[in-house]
Write a protein that binds this ligand. Structure first.
Ligand code: DQA
Length: 147
């Protein structure tokens, strides 16, 4: 059984990119954090990043039946992408949307997400710990389903 984490555009530059907003950890650090969470739950981890909307749609389609749950930080596409929204709406496993920064304390355009009302939960403004929290939530939901 595996858990998937999908990261959108510019998150490959984490650590270098606006550290005052996103912190100093790199995407590899986030991957390691997610790996620890998955390992602790006895799950495999599928961790991906893409700068391309269609690639993210392809990944969501590919993963739609094969994961215990999906963590998605669609980055800027959160605020623009009906295509990613429509793809997520097809996923049967639970999906948690994550944003490292508190999008509600930033520019107004970041306050709207095309994804939030088609996912199961949203974690915002908790830094990279949000990924850890999202994985913990997916593990709990999977345990509840198994019970
Ligand atoms: C982000 C917030 C988005 O508004 C932004 O475009 C990102 C990262 C976050 O994790 O805080 O690229 O999703």
């Amino acid at each position: 059984q595996r858990i998937a984490v999908l990261n959108g555009p510019n998150l490959n530059l984490l650590g270098e990119r606006q550290p005052e907003v996103y912190g100093h950890e790199t995407l590899d650090d986030v991957r390691a954090l997610c790996r620890r969470g998955a390992d602790a739950a006895g799950l495999e981890l599928d961790f991906r990043q893409s700068n391309h909307e269609g690639e993210l749609v392809d990944a969501i389609q590919e993963l739609r039946h094969s994961t215990v749950g999906l963590v998605v930080n669609a980055a800027a596409y959160t605020h623009t992408s009906v295509a990613i929204r429509d793809a997520l709406a097809v996923v049967t496993a639970p999906v948690i949307e994550v944003h490292i920064s508190n999008v509600h304390r930033r520019e107004a355009f970041r306050g709207h997400s095309y994804l939030s009302d088609v996912v199961d939960g949203v974690i915002v403004g908790c830094g990279t710990q949000g990924y850890e929290l999202a994985i913990a939530r997916l593990v709990r939901l999977a345990a509840d389903r198994a019970a």
